[in-house]
Every structure is written in structure tokens, then in C-alpha cells.
Design a protein around this ligand. Structure first.
Ligand SMILES: Nc1ncnc2c1ncn2[C@@H]1O[C@H](COP(=O)(O)OP(=O)(O)O)[C@@H](O)[C@H]1O
Ligand SMILES: [Mg+2]
Length: 260
């Protein structure tokens, strides 16, 4: 039996008026992998996440999630089906405790997902134990009673990841989870993401090349709204086109885009 992709995008595009933010995107995310999306600023990485998660509608193309066509589903329906993305800091409830934030996030989905790696654990754990399990995973068990607004930046970023996990997704999208972090927090986030691979499929946008090269199974490199090249870390590391893309970005200070 050949393994089917969890997520399969075909000829995906997003236009903002006459501006083409992403186009010709063919992407297959395999189950149980860490699949990173990298590329210079403005390459279209966040826009691609928006289209895949339903934050914005695709202009053209198709997205299959676990074999189902979700291209036209609104974002909350995709969450119910098992897609999660990391929350922004602003979506934390600053006045509520860490535990309360996780508890509220567990209520984001309905049961009965067709394919869910958490099923065994869900069956065994009650709600309370489930929340403890997540708190341990994001290393905030000792802070569970502290108001989210009082946490350090790195702890808040881990709580965001925990809130995405809480809804028991199949696939989780993380957009630059280490942004603004110091070195210790970065190492901890890297270990957290790597550990999640045991239970989830992960799609990761990340600027830190050390993390990307160390923990990714597959890397998709974007430039000017398109996929430039895709492959395992070792082939990406030595790819001349990738070096040129980053060099060009450094020289011009931003990616050049075709419009219209
Ligand atoms: N809502 C929008 N309206 C118009 N252009 C946008 C919008 N969102 C993003 N863009 C443009 O799309 C391009 C890709 O942006 P983005 O996906 O954020 O890139 P990345 O995440 O790779 O840095 C950029 O040129 C950006 O200015
Ligand atoms: Mg971005």
C-alpha cells in the first residue's frame, strides 16, 4: 500500500487584485513528517499557509485534506476536520491562566475525525489528564496557574503551540514559531517541534536554517510566489538555485515579484 499525502495541493494560486502572491503551487505533505517551507521575505510562505488553512480563499487550484476536497471550506470547518495553526500572541487570553487557555482551546473541534493519530491517547485520557499532557509537552506544567499575560515571550510562544495541539489536530501549521526568541528559547522550541512529529504532521515556516536543516524531512523553497525547489535537507543545502535566491534577497533587500 502506498502512503497517501495528508494534504495535497494542486496548481494553487492566490491573487490580491492584479498582484499574484502565490501561483502554480503543487504540494504534497506526507503523514508523520516535518515539512518546512522556506524562502526570502515576501516569497509567499504566509500567504500559502493562509490559503491552505482557509484564512483566505484560493484564487485557483485544489486542496485535498485526507482525500477530501476542502478548497472551498471556511477556516473553522478545516479546524473541525483536523487542521490547526499556531495562534498569534494576541489571541492568548492574557488575563486567564495557562491552564484555562489550553482548556478553552480543547473545545475548538468536534470528535469523529476520520484519521487521527491521537485517538488512542484520547480514549485513555479524560479532559483533565489531556490538558496536563499538553502542559507537560510544552513544558509549562509548573506555570499552569500563571496568567498567560505574565509569561515570558518564549513561554507564550510555546503556549500558542499548545493551544494548537489542544484541539487534537492531524496536521499543524507553524508560522515562524521562533520569531523574536533568544537562543535558549529557540533550542527548546526546536526540541518541542521535533517531538511533535511522533504524533502529528507538521508544516513549518522557519527562518532559522539550523532548525530547518536539523529537523525537516522535506523542505520546499519558495521564491516570487512559486516553488523554486523541493527536497530533503541535504539536497537543499547544496542547491545553487537556493543559494542564489537568498543571495538575491540580500542584494536587493526583498524578493522581486511579477505582477498581473
Ligand atoms: N492581503 C494582501 N494584499 C496584498 N498583498 C499581499 C497581502 N498579503 C500579502 N501580500 C503580498 O504577498 C507577497 C507575499 O507575502 P507573504 O506571503 O507574507 O510572504 P512571506 O511570508 O514569504 O514573507 C508579499 O509581496 C506581500 O506584500
Ligand atoms: Mg511570512
Amino acid at each position: 500500500m502506498t502512503t497517501q499525502p495528508v494534504l495535497h495541493a494542486t496548481d494553487l494560486a492566490k491573487h490580491y487584485g492584479r498582484f499574484v502572491a502565490v501561483q502554480n503551487i503543487d504540494l504534497q505533505i506526507m503523514p508523520g513528517t516535518i515539512h518546512s517551507v522556506i524562502g526570502p521575505n515576501g516569497a509567499g510562505k504566509t500567504t500559502l499557509f493562509h490559503v491552505l488553512t482557509g484564512t483566505v480563499a484560493a484564487t485557483r487550484g485544489q486542496i485535498l485534506f485526507q482525500g477530501q476536497n476542502i478548497t472551498r471550506l471556511p477556516d473553522y470547518r478545516r479546524v473541525q476536520q483536523g487542521m490547526a495553526r499556531s495562534f498569534q500572541v494576541t489571541s492568548l487570553f492574557a488575563g486567564l491562566s495557562v491552564r484555562e487557555n489550553i482548556r478553552l482551546a480543547t473545545q475548538g473541534t468536534k470528535p469523529g475525525q476520520a484519521f487521527n493519530m491521537w485517538e488512542g491517547i484520547q480514549g485513555r485520557l479524560g479532559q483533565h489528564d489531556w490538558i496536563d499532557h499538553i502542559l507537560a509537552q510544552i513544558d509549562l506544567r509548573h506555570m499552569h496557574h500563571v496568567a498567560a499575560g505574565m509569561l515570558a515571550h518564549g513561554q507564550q510562544r510555546r503556549l500558542e503551540v499548545g493551544m494548537a495541539l489542544a484541539a487534537r489536530p492531524t496536521i499543524i501549521f507553524l508560522d515562524e514559531p521562533t520569531s523574536g526568541m533568544g537562543i535558549d528559547d529557540i533550542d527548546q522550541m526546536k526540541a518541542l517541534i521535533h517531538g511533535l512529529k511522533q504524533q502529528f504532521t507538521i508544516v513549518l515556516i522557519e527562518h532559522n536554517m539550523g532548525i530547518v536543516m536539523d529537523i525537516s524531512d522535506t523542505i520546499t523553497v519558495m521564491q516570487n510566489g512559486r516553488v523554486l525547489v523541493e527536497g530533503p535537507p541535504d539536497s537543499i543545502r547544496h542547491d545553487e538555485r537556493v543559494k542564489q535566491a537568498y543571495l538575491g534577497n540580500m542584494v536587493t533587500g526583498g524578493a522581486q515579484h511579477a505582477t498581473g
